[in-house]
Design a protein around this ligand. Structure first.
Ligand code: HEC
Length: 172
């Protein structure tokens, strides 16, 4: 029991002290990208086609979703099973805040493309970045849930999916 209490204090303190990561808050989602061609005319591109997004989603559901369900959806999706310490005063507020913020950034509740403020390609890039840096799930969550970090094997599967998705979208 002591061990749990100590861990819990570390969780609370680290949440308050460390705050959140250094991810950029990006512009609100736009469905269209507007750029100018050589003559100054607007080129409007509507992003990846539905077909491409479907293909990416199929691969996501096949290989990646089960990993994210275990390790990410607690914050980035629907979470029906809150841990026991959710009922401790203070913890509830902190965790609600984390879950709200996580979903604002990237909501994985309805598979790919994820909701939130990023376009599909931005989300893939942001995912790649957090996986390379190893900063998701957040530190304070990993120390409570010992096994919540991504294993090397899982990272490999996710990164393969990211690369294949980016190839499909046509971006390096
Ligand atoms: C304890 C809650 C929690 C868990 C679990 C969690 N995240 Fe997050 N995540 C957050 C919060 C809060 C943010 C927004 C603030 C920040 O960037 O730290 C975030 C942001 C992100 C972002 C940045 C999104 C953007 O728009 O830039 C990515 C990518 C991400 N998480 C991926 C993951 C992945 C992958 C997992 C599982 C391996 C995961 N997260 C697990 C809370 C969580």
């Amino acid at each position: 029991m002591y061990r749990v209490l100590i861990l819990f204090s570390v969780f609370l303190i680290s949440t308050v002290v460390l705050g959140h990561g250094d991810e950029d808050h990006r512009d609100p989602k736009t469905s269209q990208e507007v750029s100018l061609d050589e003559d100054g005319f607007e080129i409007i591109s509507s992003g990846p086609s539905k077909d491409v997004l479907n293909q990416i989603n199929e691969a996501y559901k096949k290989d990646v979703k089960s990993i994210f369900s275990n390790k990410c959806l607690a914050c980035h999706g629907v979470n029906n099973s809150m841990p026991w310490y959710y009922s401790i005063p203070g913890a509830k507020q902190l965790m609600d805040h984390d879950m709200k913020e996580a979903k604002e950034h990237m909501d994985m509740s309805n598979d790919f493309p994820f909701a939130g403020h990023g376009r599909p390609l931005d989300d893939l890039d942001a995912l790649k970045k957090t996986i390379d840096k190893g900063n998701m799930p957040p530190f304070q969550y990993k120390i409570i849930h010992w096994k919540s970090g991504l294993s090397d094997k899982e990272k490999k599967i996710i990164k393969k999916w990211i690369q294949e998705s980016k190839d499909l979208i046509g971006s390096k």
